[in-house]
Design a protein around this ligand. Structure first.
Ligand code: ADP
Ligand code: MG
Ligand code: MG
Length: 251
């Protein structure tokens, strides 16, 4: 589904290398987790994959179902099936949440040459999916993320993901700032979307999210590279011993 090879990327402004040769393949139907110390480049990887401004890819490739995504505009990547749930969701004053969702869903359908979702169908689907995430009608009417609590913003990211039905979902620290109940809602939302043809890259600083979203593979990222990969037991090792042992081992 997603194949990243030797990916190097720098901050444009400072000419500072952040990603220093990332190799990672996420198969359809699998959940891969990336853990790693703060500042190791996890968010940068998700930004570079989704096409955020300000980064320059200096080497390597990234493909989605065999298609080069690094040359695409962000909206083309989204239409191709890539989705990023932000670590810090952005507030968009003046744009109603429901309008935002419907515009995004229909823009994506249009880009794929599919028919728009009718207003009635959209309402039915968005209400049902919002309900499972404990997002009430009021939150759907408010401007995107404006005045939402940390937990509400993260649940709203998952609602966007549920509505767009991406092929490859990247979640950047969607668990940070969530209490246990909100984290369970987010995990349930993600688990409900797990499917044969869909890949997940779950970035998290802590192991506890992975108690609820069981990963197939766990990677440790440090200083702009994946330095170790393993099964779910790797996350437990981090939980028990921190990153120091693993970093010393691979150094
Ligand atoms: P992580 O998500 O793993 O905590 P980041 O990808 O956010 O790491 O950051 C990786 C490194 O890049 C850090 O050293 C961080 O300070 C630096 N960095 C990221 N974005 C910027 C920026 N816009 N300006 C300066 N430094 C940045
Ligand atoms: Mg960080
Ligand atoms: Mg980050």
């Amino acid at each position: 589904m997603l194949e990243i090879k030797n990916l190097h990327a720098s901050l444009e402004e400072e000419d500072k290398a952040i990603l220093k040769g990332v190799d990672l393949t996420v198969e359809a139907g699998k959940v891969h987790a990336i853990m790693g110390p703060n500042g190791s480049g996890k968010s940068t990887l998700s930004y570079v994959l989704s096409g955020k401004d300000g980064y320059e890819v200096t080497d390597g490739t990234a493909t989605l179902e065999g298609e080069d995504i690094l040359d695409m505009e962000p909206e083309e990547r989204a239409a191709a099936g890539l989705f990023l749930a932000f670590q810090y969701p952005v507030e968009i004053p003046g744009v109603g949440n429901m309008t935002f969702l419907r515009t995004a869903v229909n823009a994506q359908r249009k880009a794929r040459g599919e028919e728009e979702m009718s207003a009635t169908e959209f309402l039915k689907v968005v209400r049902a999916r919002a309900r499972t995430l404990n997002i009430d009608a009021e939150m759907l009417k408010r401007p995107v993320n404006v005045g939402f609590s940390g937990g509400e913003k993260k649940r709203n990211e998952i609602l966007q993901m549920a509505m767009l039905e991406p092929k490859m979902c990247i979640l950047d620290e969607t668990d940070s700032g969530l209490d246990v109940d909100a984290m369970k809602l987010v995990a349930d939302g993600v688990n409900a979307l797990r499917a044969e043809g869909r890949g997940f890259l779950v970035i998290t600083h802590y192991q506890r999210l992975l108690d609820h979203i069981k990963p197939d593979v766990v990677h440790i990222m440090a200083d702009g590279r994946i330095v170790k990969s393993g099964g779910p037991e790797l996350a437990l090792e981090v939980e028990n011993n921190g990153y120091a042992d693993i970093l010393a081992e691979v150094a």
